[in-house]
Write a protein that binds this ligand. Structure first.
Ligand SMILES: *Cc1c(COP(=O)(O)O)cnc(C)c1O
Length: 339
């Protein structure tokens, strides 16, 4: 059988031959000494592209967000964050566990924004020892595949500044948002004090995220990275592959978005399915309760992998390794089961 069509995540991509070549050719050095030219070039390039002073190359988005929180906040501080945000719900409680930083979750509106009156109401009175010190507002873009409105990013930023809060973006899929919005990524990034970007999602690099921000903040993050055991050495092999992804895989995200939209449209025409999105590369589809396991088995027999086991609302993700033939196979697989 031909290769799997793997819709579980955009993290499953195989590095392309050209990307592997870029890794093999990379000049490297000891990054703990700041000596790795490929790491330095990636960090400088992404900081420059996004309009920040400095960048830090890291093994994961989870570490990138954690270091941002630990660099912005001290022990006993608090960050405001979405109730379902990755930086709150899916990072093992790292900010609290490792940073002694208290999360204050906020319930999202349907479009993924955090309503500003709820944000304002959650900011604690200054100087009262009953409360943690509110220090930071964190957003996520794209939000479940949906780009946040630019006017909202500006308004939330103004609120943060008014209250002396830092403003962080979990931009794991920042480039998906930028491509969908038809703007350079810095148009989104410019609202924030720091931004974390994943290179190992839709951009297709094997490993890595970059945190960008002011130089002093990045210095603090670099120190915490070492403390957490994240100082790495000849990481330039990975950095060069990530740089290749930035050079060659940004504009093609539009293909992933088109395929997700085609998949959503095809699934919408099937009886019993409720389809949300697709704004970028994520399609959410709710199947009749109890049928997800049988669907997963049916699709697996056709060489299609989905992430089942978290209930009837499935997330299907398009990426570099899902081409038009894979899309057609997926649609046929769903039609065979539901049609
Ligand atoms: C994937 C992801 C991260 C970080 O993920 P890692 O797997 O740690 O690299 C952070 N935020 C969001 C929204 C993500 O999708």
């Amino acid at each position: 059988m031909t290769a799997w069509v793997d819709l579980r995540s955009d993290t499953v991509t195989q590095p392309t031959a050209a990307m592997r070549e870029a890794g093999l050719r990379a000049p490297v050095g000891d990054d703990v000494f700041g000596d790795d030219p490929s790491v330095n070039s990636l960090q400088d390039r992404l900081a420059g592209d996004l309009g920040f002073e400095a960048g830090l190359f890291l093994p994961s988005g989870t570490q990138s967000n954690l270091l941002a929180l630990m660099a912005h906040c001290e022990r006993g501080d608090e960050y405001l964050v979405g109730m379902d945000a990755h930086t709150y719900k899916y990072e093992g409680g790292g900010a609290a566990v490792l940073g002694s930083i208290q999360p204050q979750p906020i319930v999202h509106a349907v479009d993924g924004t955090l309503p500003l009156d709820a944000v304002r109401a959650a900011i604690k009175p200054v100087g009262d020892p009953h409360f943690a010190r509110t220090r930071l507002l964190a957003l996520e873009n794209t939000w479940h595949g949906r780009p946040l409105p630019h006017a909202y990013l500006a308004a939330a930023g103004a609120l943060a500044r008014e209250h002396g809060l830092a403003y962080h973006l979990d931009g794991a899929r920042l480039y998906n948002a930028a491509v969908a919005d038809g703007v350079p990524a810095r148009e989104i990034a410019r609202h924030f004090d720091s931004v974390s970007v994943c290179l190992s999602k839709g951009l297709g690099a094997p490993v890595g995220s970059v945190l960008v921000g002011p130089a002093a903040l990045i210095d603090k993050a670099r120190r915490w990275r070492k403390v957490l055991g994240g100082g790495w050495r000849q990481a330039g092999i990975l950095a060069a592959m990530a740089q290749h992804a930035l050079d060659h895989h940004v504009l093609r995200l539009a293909d992933d978005h088109r395929r997700a939209a085609e998949l959503a449209a095809a699934l919408r025409s099937l009886p019993g399915l409720v389809v949300e999105g697709a704004f970028t590369n994520l399609v959410f589809v709710t199947v009749p309760a109890g049928r997800e396991a049988a669907l997963a088995t049916h699709l697996a027999e056709a060489g299609i992998r989905i992430a089942a086991g978290r209930g009837p609302r499935l997330r299907l993700v398009t990426h570099l390794d899902v081409d038009d033939a894979g899309l057609a196979r997926t649609i046929a697989g769903f039609r065979g089961f539901f049609g």
